[in-house]
Design a binder for this molecule. Structure first.
Ligand code: COA
Length: 189
């Protein structure tokens, strides 16, 4: 179990704005839904679930289980401006692989928040003794690829025409991997 006593955690962006990071709770459903509505349609096209539907976001809140999906919100007061999730499996062969996803409100981009949230997930992954973090990004999402690479994720594979956007157009999927530092020790144990 990951200890969450570091939250709420205050961070300061490079423009001086103060935000709070904390795990999502069921009562956040409205503010999370409002956040998703503010995400530009071109970014939402690549989301796995249709977050324009209120019932889909309600479903996230109803099914909260931090051992499976740990959502960290970035809040400016009561407003959600970033959402980063760490997805894990409780058992099976991928139980030490965490999948990370991050989205930042359009007016909070290029301030280092995406990087700070990926760094936060990386910290949580270390605490959960994960061996790898994995991010799956559409190749055209240059900012996302760059944000992950900056933090040490490496392109492990590109799957051509692997995923369809909501209009049915195929896109290359880039798989980025980060090997946790604790996993390097594993090799010598
Ligand atoms: C990808 C995303 C999370 C980045 O968030 P952000 O807060 O803007 O990221 P940062 O400010 O930390 O920037 C990280 C790095 O990405 C690069 N970057 C940022 N915007 C970029 C752009 N438009 N094009 C290319 N590189 C870009 C820069 O190298 C930047 O580092 P620097 O500012 O130190 O030079 C954000 O753009 C987003 O939410 N996109 C839509 C959802 C998405 O694509 N999620 C990823 C899939 S899981």
């Amino acid at each position: 179990m990951i200890r969450l006593d570091r939250y709420p955690r205050e961070i300061v962006l490079r423009n001086g704005a103060g935000l709070v990071f904390r795990p999502m709770v069921p009562e956040d459903v409205d503010r999370l839904w409002t956040f998703f509505q503010s995400i530009p349609p071109e970014d939402k096209m690549f989301f796995r679930r249709d977050v324009n539907r209120r019932d889909v976001v309600q479903g996230f809140a109803d099914a909260l289980d931090y051992e499976r999906v740990l959502p960290i919100l970035a809040l400016e007061g009561e407003r959600v401006v970033g959402d980063a999730t760490l997805h894990r499996r409780k058992s099976g062969w991928k139980r030490r692989v965490g999948v990370v996803r991050v989205q930042i409100a359009a007016d909070y981009r290029h301030l280092g928040l995406g990087t700070a949230m990926v760094r936060e997930l990386r910290h949580l992954g270390e605490k959960a003794s994960l061996r790898y973090l994995m991010a799956e990004v559409i190749e055209e999402q240059a900012a996302a690829v760059r944000a992950f690479e900056k933090l040490g994720f490496e392109r492990a594979a590109v799957y051509p025409d692997f995923v369809d956007d909501r209009k049915g157009e195929p896109h290359n999927l880039v798989v980025l991997l980060y090997r946790m530092s604790s996993a390097v020790d594993d090799m010598f144990c």
